[in-house]
Design a protein around this ligand. Structure first.
Ligand SMILES: NC(=O)CC[C@H](N)C(=O)O
Length: 174
């Protein structure tokens, strides 16, 4: 019998797991097993090599500002391969800080701005940014969320806890 396998890479899963992002792997593993697919899990953390061709799916979870900055310093050594992975239409689930870090800049709660890897054009400002409307400014986003994907009709259930506000760039859509 053919054995189906998926190589899953968890980018900085040891640091970017504040909100239980490891659960995304567990859920995927559970559903994969139902259809006879085995998941090979690999944690890719600080100083670890990363090769785009080694993976079928990548997870990149959320984290607090402190860990996000630690990760941002390590990312340049992997960014070329991450870019290659994305440009080759690789599947990637990036959540919260993970998504922010793929963009151009991220502003933390203390006002400091750091650079993401710029593989996507979005940028993140902090919750006090004058770029925000009065209704949005000063509020932390926290709670359960349900998102409908209007393109494929799928509904995603999750939880958010962040202060940053991400503005999508050219060619990106909700
Ligand atoms: N949930 C998260 O990953 C938080 C990301 C980021 N540190 C923020 O507060 O915006």
């Amino acid at each position: 019998m053919t054995e189906y396998k998926l190589n899953l890479g968890h980018l900085y899963g040891d640091l970017m797991n504040t909100y239980g992002d490891y659960g995304n792997y567990l859920a995927l593993k559970y559903y994969a097993e139902q259809i006879g697919v085995k998941i090979n899990y690999k944690l890719i953390s600080l100083h670890d090599p990363f090769k785009a061709d080694d993976y079928d799916i990548l997870l990149f979870g959320g984290g607090q500002d402190y860990e996000e900055e630690v990760v941002a310093k390590d990312l340049p050594q992997k960014s070329g391969e991450i870019k290659k992975y994305i440009e080759n239409n690789g599947s990637l689930l990036a959540v919260c800080a993970g998504f922010q870090l793929l963009g151009s800049t991220i502003q933390f709660a203390d006002g400091k701005t750091i650079e993401g890897i710029g593989v996507m054009p979005h940028k993140t400002v902090n919750l006090n940014s004058p770029k925000l409307t009065d209704r949005m400014r000063g509020k932390r986003l926290i709670g359960n969320i349900v998102i409908k994907n209007n393109e494929n009709g799928e509904t995603y259930h999750g939880f958010e806890n962040h202060q940053g506000r991400t503005f999508l760039g050219k060619g990106e859509k909700h």
